[in-house]
Each structure stands twice: as C-alpha cells, then as structure tokens.
Design a protein around this ligand. Sequence first.
Ligand SMILES: Nc1ncnc2c1ncn2[C@@H]1O[C@H](COP(=O)(O)OP(=O)(O)OP(=O)(O)O)[C@@H](O)[C@H]1O
Length: 336
Amino acid sequence: MPILEIEGLNVCYRPERGVRISAVRDLDISLERGEFVGIVGESGSGKSTLGFAITRMLRPPAVIESGAVKFKGTNILELTGSELRNQRRGGLALVLQSGMNALNPVRSISKQLGDVLKAHSQKGEHWGRSEVRARGGELLSMVELDSEVLDRYPHELSGGMRQRVAIALALSLEPELVVFDEPTTALDVIVQASVMETIKSLQRSRGFTAILISHDMSVVLDATDRTLVMYAGRVVEDQPSKTVASAGIHHPYTEALMKCYADPRADKVELQDIGGTPPDLSIEVAGCSFAPRCSFASKVCFLETPSLVRSELIQVACHVRLPVSPMAKEVKVVRN
Ligand SMILES: Nc1ncnc2c1ncn2[C@@H]1O[C@H](COP(=O)(O)OP(=O)(O)OP(=O)(O)O)[C@@H](O)[C@H]1O
C-alpha cells in the first residue's frame, strides 16, 4: 500500500475581503514508502499549500474543499485534533523555509526539544532534564551539530544551524513522512549544499519518505528519486528525477523551467525566461492553465483540461505531448 495517497484534492483560500483563490486543483498523487519526491514549480503554483495540506497544517483562510489525504490508509483530513496529535508520533512532519520561524526565539534549543518530546510522550516515557539532554544530543548529532547547541537560543545560531535544529525537531518524533518546504532557500549557496547533503543522507539512513518542495529544479533533480512539476495548482508532469534531463517527453512548462536553470558544471549556459505570467488563480478558465504561455498550444488546449497520461515511467498532462482527447489527435501542432 502506498504510504501517502492524495485523491481529488482541492484547496482554496477564501479571505474575508478579497477573492477566492483556487490554489490546489483536482490533485491525485501517490507515494511509495521510502520514496524521495520533489515538487517543483514557479512561485504561486501551490507547492506550499499542498505541503501544508499533506501535514494538516493549513490555517484559515485556507479551506480544503474536497478530496482525501490518506496517510497509511487513514484520511488525515477526517481526524480530530487529538487523533492527529497521536499521529504525529511516527507520523508526518513539516520542515519550513526559515528555521527561525519554526523556532521559539525566547526558549533555548533544549527547552524547545523538551516541549515537543513532552507534548507527544507515550505511556511510560519520562522526559526529565537528563532524558531531554540525552535525546537532544543524539538528535543534534544526527544533523551534524554539537550538543553544546542545546544551551543556545535561536538568535545565537547561524541560518544553517537554525535550519539543522528545525530538522532535528521535525525528526524528534521519528516521522515516517517528512515534507521539506524550501528548506535551504534562505541560506547561501555553500550552506544550502551542505544542509541538502544532510537531508539526503538522513533520508537514506533513516528511511523516511520525503517530499522536497522547491522552486529550484537543479536542487530537486539532484536530491530526489521522482520529480513532480506543479503549475497553477495541478501536477503537469511526473518523472523519475534521474531521467528528467534526458527524457524525450516533457510538458512544455517543464521544458521552459529547465531552460531557466544553469548547470554549474556546463562550460556555457544560455538561459531563457518562460515569458508571460502565471494565471490568476481566482479565475476559473477552461483548458490547460499553461496554454496562454505555451508556444505549442492549439485549440484543444484552450477547451479541455488535460489529465496526466502515462507513457512508460513518465506522466504528462498535455494534449500535444501525450494526446488522449480525440480532438487533440486532429489538431495541428504549432512549433516555434
Ligand atoms: N494566506 C493566503 N491567503 C490568500 N491567498 C493565498 C494565501 N497563501 C497563499 N495564497 C495564494 O495561493 C496560491 C498558491 O500559493 P503557494 O504559497 O501555495 O504557492 P507556492 O508554489 O508555494 O509559492 P512560493 O514558492 O512563492 O511559496 C498563490 O496564488 C498565493 O497567492
């Protein structure tokens, strides 16, 4: 059984003043145990909304309009607060972009760890000062930090150290699924690479299932087994990460994204912007959301929303690349 199954998920934001925004649309995703899956897409494509929905951390004005998020077969969207708290142990965890936001600025790291361990303690467990320090030392060493960090406050740590502490906190309850939402975006390139190495090695050694959310295609391709490309709240492509660079079939949006990133090993790099702007998610339009920016788009693309179609290991939602609609078979493909 997959560890995570998302079925027909629709999430929107309904602010008191302002328009309704449909951030995640008709999403179906399935993750096998131990997989490391990357979710990539431009700002506003719905990646974080999805990450928050998976870990049930969405707050108003976000509303889950329909769908299911099944973790080990249980729809976590139907759990009560206390059932959800019980699920956190050995369950789901979220690591956010800035370690500072995840940490309490006025409590030392050991106190914060103690808070988490006590809040989720199980029958027979006692989290006194020495137990917390022992477990804290173990967790910090897992993320390559010295145990003296236990006595520090978040403002005394560098950005990279804070992010490592946030990862240690997330792993303290031994989650089986961890969502990393832009875990290294706020860090400089060198620290970014070393924190990513730690995440990769922890994922392999501890065997948890992981989702890495990033706008950076190269980070996702380097770290993950499988890449999902999101556009305007939908998954438009699902490929094994190692074949993305060489694959013969792509969604035109993925192709455009790939042209925006530089391979640092390449002698010469030519970058192209995608052109146009992402769609206004407050307006429901027929057809493929990428069609107005797509140089291959044809009539059918403006009329029917394409669904993900499988071709061997690849899934692409595009009338032109993997046509299923009888209408799509008749259209003339326009190439630039
Ligand atoms: N609290 C909110 N209230 C209203 N709209 C929101 C809110 N949070 C996000 N949105 C909207 O939902 C859509 C998806 O946002 P989301 O943050 O999930 O995208 P993202 O791909 O994670 O972007 P980024 O990489 O910039 O974080 C966007 O149009 C965004 O403006």
